[in-house]
Design a protein. Structure first.
Length: 206
């Protein structure tokens, strides 16, 4: 899906199909946030900002890495959700088959949560980049740091919801604890993203 045109992706998102869905949208949001931060870093790669060249270069390299990895999560999420759909199709005519089906569904749901956990982790890193870039980036495009922060908040909010939905069907206590922690982490990231956006707005009104 990452190779499709925007209109084709949106058509697929709107179609009555299991994937792409909200998880793919979350991954795309994270990739867009990375792209926005990379753009601001590029506009800040000038002699005027030479004193912060190392930090700006680091932000750019990390943003580009995250843009690529988050784009890959678009397809990863679709594939993982497809595995869940296949697990639900398994027969349940006997107690043995029903048990095997339940086990397969739980495993598939755990797998489906992974791309969303990765989105949350990427969101944490992206917020760090935004925090670094806000005070040192090119003032002419600093509003795009706020835009990136808002997009990060949307990405982790969607991912948090998707992990929570999958959590209902996961019985392994260790996995439930790990995913519950990821949800808490997403809440923290969303708060930090809001703080970055508010700080940018304050900067622009001084």
């Amino acid at each position: 899906m990452r190779e499709e045109r925007i209109d084709a992706f949106l058509a697929a998102l709107a179609a009555r199909t299991a994937a792409p869905g909200g998880g793919a949208a979350a991954a795309l949001e994270a990739a867009q946030a990375a792209a926005l931060l990379a753009m601001v870093a590029r506009y800040s790669d000038t002699p005027r900002y030479a004193g912060d060249a190392d930090a700006i270069g680091w932000v750019l390299a990390e943003a580009e890495r995250l843009r690529e990895s988050c784009a890959e999560l678009i397809d990863a999420d679709a594939a993982a959700f497809g595995a869940v759909a296949e697990a639900y199709k398994l027969p349940k005519d006997t107690a043995e088959l029903a048990g095997a089906r339940s086990t397969a569904i739980a495993a598939a749901l755990t797998g489906a949560a992974e791309p969303q956990v990765a989105v949350i982790k990427a969101g944490a890193r992206l917020v760090e980049l935004a925090e670094v870039l806000r005070p040192i980036g090119n003032r002419n495009v600093i509003a795009d740091v706020a835009a990136a922060a808002e997009v990060i908040r949307a990405a982790v909010a969607i991912a948090r919801t998707n992990v929570g939905v999958n959590l209902r069907g996961i019985t392994d206590e260790a996995e439930r604890a790990r995913l519950t922690e990821a949800i808490k982490h997403a809440n923290h990231i969303a708060t930090k993203a809001t703080d970055v956006s508010v700080a940018v707005h304050a900067d622009l009104t001084r």
